[in-house]
Ligand binder design. Structure first.
Ligand code: NAD
Ligand code: ZN
Length: 344
């Protein structure tokens, strides 16, 4: 088959490689019908994720058709259309029983395209298939489903659910990249009073409005003042950090009201200062975490009900064999306007 193979920092190619084979009785082999390029893939390609070894097939968001299953796979059969979760988990260990699939200790917890081969390929082996692929409702398109493998569960679980968004809340989402936009779209489902999006890029603020933000503010102007004005000086009920730099985390802690919640989603490349000397008296709750994809079945039901038009984030599509071009378009998002790039 052909696949996009990582060969070390700055080097990867769409090339001929061995077909994946069943190596465990709980594996499934899936033919990839749609796959994305994600911000994490760019980090891996730059060499920021040293545990990814040369020779690894990249990619961790995909939908496709099951072509073969190990003898112990019960939940899917060849011919089924499925969403492949970005995390492959055993489903039986202590963490999996608490739906913390990202922390799986039962021989899973792998993110595809990291320690095991990923989805930017014609075929992929999915370990622990019963817990790691989800049959697709017939009326959910590949493009609406594919972002539910990672981006949408991330915004929803680590942003909206950890932030405990409630009806009537003022929710601020700092960072309107794909993850922040997914947080906006899924926060919308919980009937907040308003959602305010903050970003440095005008195009991203436009995308935030389309995803469901009621108000937008440029980070360079005074988003904190806007939030104060909208909330009678109190601040936001929930502030979701979806950038991953210390300034935006600190901005969230300043924008949240006393008794509010800060949900950090961003992956920080450097240390972040937590100003407990100011925060303790505000009774602020701060959460952070790795996506578990426990919400994927819920999000799939919402998509089937027409409540989650995730494909609205897809700005570019390519056939699979134009992977390199897709990476280039995605990496130059400021020029190309790319949000999510889907191949298939
Ligand atoms: P992205 O880089 O595509 O988007 C980030 C957005 O933040 C961009 O629109 C950018 O213009 C904006 N931005 C940059 N600096 C800013 C500033 N100072 N103020 C306001 N906005 C600013 O990233 P993404 O793919 O949307 O991911 C967002 C974050 O979520 C990243 O840190 C990513 O690593 C992280 N992430 C976390 C998990 C998890 O499990 N917790 C999973 C996936 C991604
Ligand atoms: Zn487990």
């Amino acid at each position: 088959m052909r696949a996009y193979v990582f060969h070390g920092p700055g080097e990867a190619a769409w090339e001929e490689t061995a077909d994946p084979v069943l190596s465990d009785s709980t594996d499934a082999i899936v033919r990839v019908d749609a796959v994305t390029v994600c911000g994490t893939d760019l980090h891996i390609l730059k060499g920021d994720v040293p545990e990814v070894r040369p020779g690894t097939v990249l990619g961790h968001e995909a939908v496709g058709e099951v072509v073969e299953t190990g003898r112990d796979v019960r939940s899917v059969r060849p011919g089924d259309r499925v969403l492949i979760s970005c995390i492959s988990a055993c489903g039986r260990c202590r963490y999996c029983r608490e739906a913390m699939y990202g922390q799986c200790r039962g021989g899973g917890g792998w993110v595809l395209g990291h320690l095991i081969d990923g989805t930017q390929a014609e075929y992929v082996r999915v370990p622990h298939a019963d817990f790691s692929v989800h049959p697709l409702p017939a009326n959910v398109t590949d493009q609406d489903a594919v972002l539910l493998a990672d981006i949408f569960p991330t915004g929803y679980e680590v942003g909206v659910l950890n932030g405990r968004v409630r009806p009537g809340d003022t929710v601020v989402v700092v960072g309107a990249g794909p993850v922040g936009l997914a947080a906006i779209a899924t926060a919308r489902l919980l009937a907040p009073e308003r959602i305010v999006a903050v970003d440095v890029a005008t195009a991203r603020l436009d995308a935030a409005r389309k995803a469901g933000a009621d108000a937008v503010a440029a980070a360079q102007e005074s988003p904190e003042q806007l939030v104060a004005d909208l909330t009678e000086g109190l601040g936001a009920d929930v502030a979701i950090e979806a950038v991953g730099v210390p300034e935006t985390f600190e901005m969230c802690t300043r924008m949240v009201r006393p008794g509010g919640r800060v949900a950090n989603v961003g992956v920080h490349g450097k240390p972040v200062t937590l100003h407990l000397e100011d925060l303790w008296i505000k009774n602020v709750t701060i959460t952070t975490g790795l996506v578990d994809t426990h919400s994927t079945p819920t999000l799939l039901r919402m998509a089937a009900a027409g409540r989650l038009p995730a494909a609205g984030l897809v700005t570019h599509t390519f056939p699979l064999d134009r992977m390199q071009e897709a990476y280039d378009v995605f990496a130059r998002a400021a020029d190309t306007g790319a949000l999510k790039v889907v191949l298939g």
